[in-house]
Structures are given as structure tokens and as C-alpha cells.
Design a binder for this molecule. Structure first.
Ligand code: ZN
Length: 314
């Protein structure tokens, strides 16, 4: 089987959602779609295969029945999840558990990273905290000293952030993100800006579990982004880490690269062909490990984000 796997995105209504995802997915008719799960085998929204032998089947099933497409990796369930998130309003301040803590809920932990697809001029995120202990965190939170507790980071289009499990974070308003993460849906909400839902109630917080998941002092990220130019194509390494390697390729000309072990591609700009198949902006594709080389021939300037497992995950 040497077919690419094109995936159907799964759209999620969110109260803080916006309409920017329509520029990637014109088939969206509803308003307030906050998330598109572009490549997902997660039970809360698995992608189905759009083409070929496996058309109509879901990624989770294929992962279980055809391990040869995924290099026979040992992971019990498909390890990665790729999403676009379109935030019209601030998301709650949150934290995710690491693998150790999440194992009690039969889940992976959630380490994630964000590539900023678009951002308003004054956009910012919450990226880390200042407390040295659970007690200090709780005290600052309960006395309303959010500015003292939460670290704000101005952002712009094209920025990249790595968010290890245990790091307090929040997406701010006016931000469109491509998120690559461990395939997990566990989030602990620490603070929600005192917002009320339509029914006049506040959303639940998960302070005890959240503080258990939070690392003290706050994790600090040292990540160096590097890039090379080959044949007028810019090849950027966003991160190489134990859960995922993430690259961004800005392509003007033909580009070939080996496909090991297998690759998750999200096209964020342009059109052309990949291994003989047409692609367009918004497409989420898995190149299975039965295909040894990726060949992209852009017909217009193409930006694609590629995610892979590092080999030590086997
Ligand atoms: Zn998160």
C-alpha cells in the first residue's frame, strides 16, 4: 500500500471560536468553530480517511489494523494530534498532566507546541507562571493577583512556542494557531477570567488536579529554531523533542525528503502536487511508512508543517 492518507478535519464548536478557519476549510457553514482537528485518532474526534483503499475508515482503526503503515511503532494508540485553534476570545488559563500523571486516566500526557498562523497586532499568550510552590500559586490566584502570577508574552504571526506538560499557559484573543500535541484531551482549568457562561454560571475550575500537574518553579523553555535554504526552499526545524519533531517547509521549487518513520503534513498555504496527488491549503495528510520518499511539486508558494516521531519512540 503506497497511498497517501488524506484526512477529513473534525470541526468543534467553541464559545470562544471565530470564523478564520473558514479560510482553510470553506465547507464550514456554522459560526464559532474554534477548533479543527486536522489529523486525529483521538476518540473525542477521530479523522476519517478521504481517499483510496481505506476511504471512510477512521484513523484509530487503521492504526490498530495496519501497523505497517506506522512503522510498527509500539505506542498503544496513535501518539500525535494536529489541530488548528481559532480564538476570538481569551481561552482559560490551563495546564496539562505529564505522562506519569495522565496514565491513571489511561491517557498520554499532553506536551504541545504552537505555530502562530495569524495574530492580531496586540495579541499575547500566557506562557508560564511566577509562583514557587502550590501554596504561593493558590494565594496569588485567590487574592486576584493574576498579573503578578501569570507571565504574559506578546506574539506575532510566525512565532513558535513549545509547551511541555506541567507548564501553565493560555491562548489569548485574536490568535490562530496550528497545534501539534501528544494525542490527549486532558486539560485542567486554573483560571477563567471570572467569566460567566450564558446560564450565568462560571465554568468549572480544576484547581487541585491543576496544581498537581503544574511544575514548580515554572518550566523554562530553551528551544533554538534553525533553518537552511536548499534550491530556494526554506527548511525550518521548529523543534526536535522526545514526543515530536516539527518542521516547517517554505517551498518554491521541487522538494524531496526521506519519509521516516512516517510524516503528518498540514498544508497552510499554496497548492501543487505531493507524490502525484493534488494538495491545497488546509489539507491534512499522513505519508505512511510504506512510502520511502516525499516529493512535493508546488504550483504556488507552499507552506507546510511536518510532524514526525523521533526514532527513540519506537
Ligand atoms: Zn494546552
Amino acid at each position: 500500500m503506497k497511498e497517501l492518507l488524506f484526512l477529513t478535519p473534525v470541526f468543534k464548536y467553541r464559545i470562544w471560536g471565530n470564523d478564520k478557519l473558514k479560510t482553510y476549510y470553506p465547507m464550514i457553514k456554522e459560526n464559532n468553530i474554534g477548533e479543527s482537528w486536522v489529523i486525529s485518532a483521538h476518540e473525542n474526534g477521530p479523522s476519517t480517511i478521504l481517499n483510496g483503499t481505506f476511504k471512510g475508515q477512521n484513523l484509530n482503526d487503521i492504526y490498530k489494523t495496519h501497523p505497517e503503515l506506522f512503522d510498527n511503532i509500539k505506542a498503544e494508540s496513535f501518539p500525535l494530534l494536529v489541530k488548528m485553534i481559532d480564538a476570538h476570545d481569551r481561552l482559560s488559563v490551563q495546564v496539562h498532566p505529564d505522562d506519569d500523571m495522565a496514565s491513571q486516566f489511561n491517557s498520554y500526557g499532553k506536551t504541545e507546541c504552537w505555530y502562530i498562523l495569524d495574530a492580531d497586532e496586540d495579541a499575547e499568550i500566557i506562557y508560564g507562571h511566577t509562583a514557587h510552590s502550590k501554596e504561593e500559586f493558590r494565594n496569588l490566584l485567590e487574592s486576584g493577583k493574576y498579573d503578578e502570577l501569570l507571565i504574559r508574552q506578546p506574539i506575532k504571526k510566525g512565532d513558535f512556542f513549545f509547551i511541555p506538560a506541567g507548564m501553565v499557559h493560555a491562548i489569548g484573543k485574536g490568535i490562530l494557531i496550528l497545534e501539534i500535541q501528544q494525542s490527549s484531551d486532558i486539560t485542567y482549568r486554573l483560571y477563567d477570567y471570572e467569566r460567566l457562561e450564558k446560564d450565568g454560571k462560571k465554568r468549572d475550575l480544576h484547581l487541585d488536579l491543576g496544581l498537581e500537574a503544574t511544575k514548580f518553579p515554572s518550566l523554562t523553555v530553551y528551544n533554538e529554531i534553525s533553518s537552511i535554504v536548499e534550491n530556494d526552499n526554506q527548511l525550518i526545524t521548529l523543534i526536535e523533542y522526545r514526543y515530536f519533531n516539527v518542521y516547517k517547509w517554505n517551498l518554491k521549487n521541487q522538494f524531496k525528503i526521506s519519509n521516516e518513520p512516517f510524516t503528518l503534513l498540514t498544508f497552510i498555504n499554496g497548492f501543487g502536487s505531493i507524490n502525484g496527488y493534488p494538495y491545497k491549503k488546509g489539507d491534512g495528510i499522513i505519508v505512511p511508512s510504506t512510502i520511502k520518499e516525499i516529493e512535493i511539486n508546488p504550483d504556488s508558494f507552499t507552506e507546510v508543517v511536518a510532524a514526525k516521531l523521533p526514532s527513540l519512540n519506537k
